[in-house]
Design a protein around this ligand. Structure first.
Ligand SMILES: *[C@@H]1O[C@H](CO)[C@@H](O)[C@H](O)[C@H]1NC(C)=O
Length: 958
């Protein structure tokens, strides 16, 4: 949701909406001038200028950073030393270096500033802020994976001026640290994959007292002590303190990651040129109104994880810094230096990371596969948590469902038209005058009755709670927050006032453990009256969005608990709120043991542990639809797979074709929610006229049919970090032709490959296939085969272009229901496609979809295998105290149908199969029908009612 109309006209508008049913919306576009370009952000400009100067000087220049050999110590897999920076005035600045070699195979490089660590600096304006560089991003982002290696060793075979450390699996990794000038190379199997400071852009702006600038100073000091943008002045009590580092990936021509940007998956160069950006990619969580596409402009969230990919190798870096960050990307042909080339690669990608404040803290991952990056990054920042079943079904939202009766009516209409949905959402206007934890007494007089109606069909409600608190006497949240000192403070140490939805507001400061604790009590059923167990939470505007603040957020010199400046912590700010809300939802009532659901707009590395995200305020245009695919895919490979975009587009009114295509695309978003701005026409699926309503219903049914596979994919993500929807390079890391593809995707490990239609008037989709397996059309089993080329798949408006790769067992539930909760005891259908060897594999994960009992073994985890005309089910779970009890409750949940696509010809005359359950051959058989199809389409066999239990071990012999 976004800022649009002043509150004063809100009610008039609402009335108009209700009366007219629709409104013509004036053209609105991003206010680009409200957000900085690099040239308007002093530290970005300075670091870019530094890079330019270094490049211009070429070999006549040497980086002024040297690791003092006498200070180097290596102990317990950590290397310590002091880097000395020699300034132009010949001042020596001491920068402590720590390089840690971790058991996981990651390496971590931290550079700090000695004077600031020791507190030997002065801060201007009598400010009370901390003297250290911010070093607590780890506290919010990292939850594990920090154990030091047990086997990292110094390599004795070295030369003067170098320190070499062997580490990683079988000591196959090596860090080569050059002392003067300081730089680091990371090698895997003797080949360099990642380089720090090879270009010499390392720049730690050290603390210095403010003096009158010298006339002939070579440095641009104009933004050192104060900076004004768009009428706001930043007082910068610590002066310049930015940090920059170049990180190169020799032999790599693709880099991915660093969400959130509305751009292609394969990141572009940022220093100009045809098809390139002029500005670096920016990470500074912001409420950007109607954002630009194909842009490096910052958006709502930030994950400073970049991975570089080339044939057979993926490596990555994680820049752990919570301040405003910019990343330049330049690619160069490295043919001048053939020795540094990997096999078949010609390009080197150089990245230049620039942050405004904080320590320099970077993790290096050496792969070699995309899955290795997912796993190791997930070990550090946590995996996405297994959501409740309902959370991966369909969510219906709009700003706003205006009354509790309105919600009930929408709910009833879905049923009347037999369209499934699981969750209905309330945007800001359900509250009493935008005071959170209250209900508008006029429009929502009876929330409980509304929630009860939803609960009748196991549906849920999500309501919005934002971190800005209306500054009003008598409002219990405001009074308590101010009295206890739980609000964010301004630079003078007083409570910070700003404008947001409620008008004059203050912001909860969840950096303060006491404030966070209190915030987490507000959601208790006895505090948040009118909320029931089927109510969940949407934390919006947590960048934080401040309507009258610089770049629509807080001033950087605001002060948070712990005396950190907002500058230091901006990008993790949203996560602190989520952390507290997560705690809140696990403690609403004693003894309640259910998984939370939270949607967030702002995020940082680690937010995946506690929330789902969406891509914010998009528009109902084909271009916006198209960009959702690279955005969701990029989030997935960046450790935050529970991602989606507003189906239909938030602003403006989609026509029926666009809306239909958007649903057909949205069913592939791990987080699948329709949402719309207050001034748009109502567009709930049942309101759309036929035949588009039918097409939308069919798409929704397809999502629901595949929910068992979705849940299994979420489980996989929750244990090893693999994305839920996967880009081509991730699944086929050796096929160079597929590396830049970002408009088609694989769904989990199911082998389903889809290329949603995102352009107007299309009748087909050209799906690129990397491998030489057979692919079958999901609906009619048309066969497509042929590696490394595009295949034309018919895709008239009623059809989702969807292929099944040979070699998989796909679990489905085919009975249409009103909500996923009502499908709980439904039987399964297994669809089998055979690979070249006539084999197939698949997995299924099932639990109660709600509680944490799975942690005590209350789940089913099966592996299905087809070989030599036998389909078998094997247990791959680990037993726990609750396993037996859970299996008992599931004993009546059976497989009702097995479909084998493209079965052996010999099956033509078969009419039955033999069933062996729990190792017992009782002579049980089930009927089988072989269906022949014309050339070009695969034949198939259907086994009806094998009735094997989903939780049991069994074989079906064909
Ligand atoms: C919330 O933050 C605290 C303090 O940093 C941390 O210990 C805890 O693990 C976090 N919770 C989650 C669910 O990430």
């Amino acid at each position: 949701m976004a800022r649009s109309w002043p509150v004063s006209v809100r009610w008039t508008l609402l009335l108009l909406v209700v009366i007219l049913g629709w409104l013509v919306i004036p053209g609105v576009a991003v206010k680009r001038e409200s957000f900085k370009y690099c040239s308007q952000s002093g530290f970005c400009k300075r670091n870019r200028a530094y890079a330019d100067e270094v490049s211009a000087k070429g070999s006549s220049w040497s980086s002024p950073y040297e690791l003092e050999p006498s200070t180097i110590q290596f102990k317990d897999s950590q290397l310590h030393g002091i880097i000395v920076k020699t300034t132009s005035e010949n001042e020596k600045v001491r920068l402590p270096l720590t390089v840690s070699f971790l058991e996981s195979g990651a390496a971590r490089v931290v550079i700090d500033e000695e004077k600031r660590l020791k507190g030997e600096i002065d801060i201007r304006h009598n400010s009370q802020i901390r003297k250290e560089r911010y070093n607590e991003a780890e506290k919010w982002a990292v939850v594990g994976g920090l154990d030091l290696s047990k086997s990292a060793t110094l390599n004795a075979n070295t030369e003067e001026g170098l320190t070499k450390v062997l580490y990683g699996p079988g000591s196959s990794f090596q860090a080569i640290i050059r002392h003067a000038p300081f730089d680091v190379e990371f090698q895997r199997d003797g080949e360099t994959h990642v380089q720090f400071n090879k270009q010499g852009y390392l720049n730690m702006e050290h603390w210095r007292p403010k003096l009158e600038p010298e006339e002939d100073s070579p440095e641009d000091q104009s933004t050192w002590w104060e900076e004004t943008f768009d009428g706001n002045t930043d007082s910068k009590p610590r002066g310049p303190e930015s940090l920059g580092l170049d990180i190169s990936f020799p032999g790599y021509s693709h880099v991915f990651g660093i969400p959130e940007h509305a751009d292609s998956l394969s990141l572009r160069e940022t220093r100009g040129g045809s098809g390139n950006h002029e500005d670096p990619y920016r990470l500074y969580n912001s409420d950007i109104f109607e954002y630009e596409l194909n842009s490096p402009m910052t958006l709502y969230g930030a994950i400073p994880l970049m991975q570089a990919h080339r044939k057979d190798s993926t490596v990555g870096v994680f820049w752990l810094n919570a301040a405003e960050t910019w990343i330049d990307i330049v690619k160069s042909s490295s043919s001048a230096n053939p020795l540094s080339l990997g096999v078949g690669s010609k390009t080197t990608t150089h990245s230049h990371w620039i942050s405004e404040a904080g320590q320099l803290d970077v993790f290096v991952f050496l792969g070699p596969s995309p899955r290795d990056i997912s796993k190791i990054y997930g070990e550090l920042t946590g995996y996405t948590q297994l959501p409740q079943q309902f959370a991966i079904a369909y969510h219906q939202c709009r700003w706003n469902y205006v009354t509790d009766e309105d919600v009930k009516e929408v709910d009833a209409q879905f049923d009347k038209y037999q369209i499934p949905y699981d969750v209905i959402w309330l945007d800001v206007d359900y509250t009493d005058d935008r005071k959170y934890f209250t209900w508008d007494p006029m429009t929502f007089p009876n929330p409980i009755s509304m929630e009860e109606q939803l609960d009748d069909s196991e549906r849920k409600l999500v309501v919005l709670i934002d971190p800005h608190i209306k500054n009003e006497d008598g409002y219990f949240v405001s009074e308590k927050m101010k009295k206890q000192g739980f609000a964010v403070k301004n630079k003078d140490g007083n409570i910070y006032d700003g404008h947001c939805w409620p008008g004059a507001s203050n912001w909860i400061d969840c950096f303060n453990p006491e404030a966070a604790k209190w915030w987490s009590t507000l959601y208790r059923y006895d505090k948040f009256k009118g909320s029931s167990p089927n109510v969940f939470i949407w934390n919006d505007m947590n960048e934080p969005s401040v309507f009258d603040g610089p770049e629509v957020t807080m001033p950087k010199d605001n002060i948070h608990w712990g005396n950190w400046e907002h500058r230091d912590i901006h990008n993790v700010n949203g996560v602190t709120l989520l952390n507290s809300t997560f705690k809140a939802l696990t403690s609403r009532k004693k003894g309640e043991n259910r998984r939370p659901f939270i949607l967030t707009r702002s995020y940082y590395a680690g937010a995946q542990r506690v929330a789902a995200m969406w891509t914010g305020d998009n528009q109902a245009t084909w271009d916006h639809l198209a960009i959702t695919l690279p955005m969701v895919l990029n989030n997935g490979i960046s450790g935050f797979p529970f991602a989606g975009a507003d189906v239909g587009g938030f602003f403006h009114n989609p026509g029926p074709e666009l809306l239909t295509r958007w649903y057909q695309t949205g069913i592939w978003y791990p987080f699948f929610r329709a949402h719309a701005h207050i001034e748009t026409r109502r567009r709930e699926p049942y309101l759309i006229s036929r035949p588009h309503r039918d097409y939308i219903s069919q798409a929704l049914r397809l999502r629901y049919q595949l929910l068992p596979a979705w849940y299994t994919a979420f489980h996989e993500a929750s244990v090893n970090g693999t994305p839920i929807v996967r880009p081509q390079f991730y699944v086929h890391p050796t096929d160079e032709q597929g590396f830049a593809l970002d408009d088609q995707l694989y769904f989990g490990s199911t082998g389903l490959l889809t290329k949603p239609v995102v352009s107007e008037g299309a009748n087909s989709a050209d799906i690129y296939i990397s491998d030489d397996e057979k692919y079958y059309d999901y609906f009619d089993y048309t066969v497509y085969q042929g590696a490394k080329k595009r295949h034309i798949i018919p895709a008239p408006i009623e059809k989702v272009p969807l292929l099944m790769q040979g070699g998989h067992v796909l679990p489905r539930k085919d009975r249409p229901r009103r909500s996923s909760g009502l499908m709980k005891w439904d039987p399964y259908t297994l669809v089998i496609t055979l690979d070249k060897n006539g084999e197939a594999d698949g997995t299924l994960y099932v639990d109660d979809g709600e509680s944490y009992e799975y942690q005590r073994g209350a789940y089913i985890h099966r592996s299905f295998h087809f070989q030599d005309s036998v389909l078998s089910s094997h247990d791959i779970g680990t037993k726990g105290s609750k396993t037996a009890e859970y299996l008992k409750t599931m004993s009546h949940v059976k497989v009702e149908k097995v479909i084998v696509v493209d079965p052996p010809k010999e099956w033509q005359d078969k009419v039955s199969v033999t069933i062996i359950e729990d190792g017992v051959t009782t002579g049980t058989t089930a009927s089988m029908q072989y269906v022949s199809q014309p050339a070009g389409k695969a034949s198939y066999a259907v086994v009806k009612k094998p009735d094997v239990a989903i939780g049991k071990t069994w074989r079906i012999e064909f």
